[in-house]
Design a protein around this ligand. Structure first.
Ligand SMILES: [Zn+2]
Ligand SMILES: [Zn+2]
Length: 104
């Protein structure tokens, strides 16, 4: 009897039967990750997206766009989030730095 073909999973590096790999319908190729790893990753993605969905949102006081609070810098000293989003904060810091340098 011929040995069934085996594949090494790109994620857990275990040698598994090709039937343990998910076939990608569009290309007809096998996913480089085995079912177990794929399942775990999907579960993780789901948890992350749920967490992000649950995260409260707030508008940036600079650009007015509403972001999830993860887009705001956490200020350790005051235990609050910065009122500028990360992008605006970066611009603000760059401007402040330029001003400080200019004063010298
Ligand atoms: Zn695997
Ligand atoms: Zn902003």
């Amino acid at each position: 009897m011929k040995n069934p073909p085996k594949l090494s999973c790109a994620k857990c590096h275990q040698s598994k039967l090709v039937t343990d790999f998910h076939e990608i319908l569009i290309s007809g190729e096998l996913h480089p990750w085995c079912h177990d790893c794929l399942q775990k990753q999907l579960q993780k993605n789901l948890e992350i997206s749920q967490r992000l969905k649950l995260a409260p949102k707030r508008p940036c006081t600079q650009c007015g766009i509403t972001f999830s609070i993860h887009s705001f810098h956490w200020i350790k000293s005051t235990k609050t989030r910065h009122s500028y989003c990360r992008a605006c904060h970066a611009v603000y810091m760059a401007m402040r730095y330029a001003r400080v340098k200019g004063e010298k």
